[in-house]
Design a protein around this ligand. Structure first.
Ligand SMILES: C[S@@+](CC[C@H](N)C(=O)[O-])C[C@H]1O[C@@H](n2cnc3c(N)ncnc32)[C@H](O)[C@@H]1O
Length: 251
């Protein structure tokens, strides 16, 4: 029986890891050939190779300069003489805050206070509303809305460990329900409003899920990131900054 091999595209972070490994192997060739160079010179050669590979691989425009600077930064940091345990501690701290970012391509940044007031205005005033924040970060949106509309139900899901714990503490104490789950594993059918402040990467899949699961009349709201090819019924520019624009779709 013929078998088809399905290949998933590499996430940018995994691709960056492979580029660094490839550039390191190539930069070892002159060393193996006996060419004498300092670590700083070697790092510059490695960075230039990594930058070139990233450009050829079609990486997004911010990756090539990062590849150029990575090895020189490691050599510079090594020269500071900081004890390895501090680097390990810094890595662990970053991993518990941004650990999921390599997979989800969504970092942690928070909805601004002035945007929260406009979100509150989207909740139907005459009845209790069920609201979910998909990727609720530190729970600040949920806690703020719960104070505004205590009779409504506010849920949040968050994958990254430290933000989840903080959100449990802040929004959980305010009466919101917080779970450590992937947004794609949540059943959206019971919510009147689903809110997302993520990145361009998950929007097409999330929009398809919202259209499949959400009831007619419910709202799907995205901050800063429109859904490609799906015109929003309402666009609320809270300020002129792109990350202060709300896109609202009525299902
Ligand atoms: C830009 S922050 C927004 C935080 C919060 N919603 C706010 O507006 O203040 C996005 C959050 O979504 C989380 N996230 C990204 N992808 C996720 C996923 N697939 N499942 C659960 N959480 C996710 C990230 O860890 C991050 O904390």
């Amino acid at each position: 029986m013929a078998r088809t091999l399905r290949t998933e595209p590499l996430t940018p972070a995994i691709q960056a890891g492979f580029i660094q490994l490839g550039a390191t192997a190539l930069a070892m060739i002159p060393v193996a050939a006996g060419i004498d160079m300092t670590s700083a010179q070697w790092a510059i050669v490695q960075g230039a190779i990594a930058m070139r590979i990233a450009t050829l691989a079609g990486a997004a425009r911010w990756w090539p300069p990062l590849h150029l600077l990575f090895a020189p930064a490691v050599v510079w940091a090594h020269g500071l003489g900081v004890a390895p345990a501090w680097w390990a501690a810094a890595f662990a701290a970053l991993a518990i805050v941004f650990g999921g970012t390599a997979r989800t391509q969504v970092p942690l940044f928070l909805t601004a206070k002035q945007v929260r007031a406009h979100l509150g205005a989207l909740l139907a005033p005459e009845r209790s509303v069920r609201f979910i924040d998909l990727g609720c970060g530190l729970g600040t949106v949920l806690a703020g809305l719960k104070r505004l509309r205590p009779e409504c139900e506010f849920h949040g899901v968050e994958l990254a460990l430290l933000p989840f714990l903080i959100s449990r503490l802040l929004a959980g104490r305010a009466g919101c329900r917080i779970e450590r789950r992937d947004i794609m594993a949540v059943d959206l059918s019971g919510y009147d409003v689903a809110y997302a402040f993520l990145s361009p990467a998950p929007m097409p899949e999330l929009w398809a899920k919202a259209r499949r699961e959400m009831r007619p009349g419910s709202l799907f709201v995205s901050l800063a990131f429109p859904v490609p090819g799906a015109e929003a019924q309402q666009v609320i520019k809270v300020t002129n900054a792109p990350r202060h624009t709300l896109y609202v779709w009525r299902i």
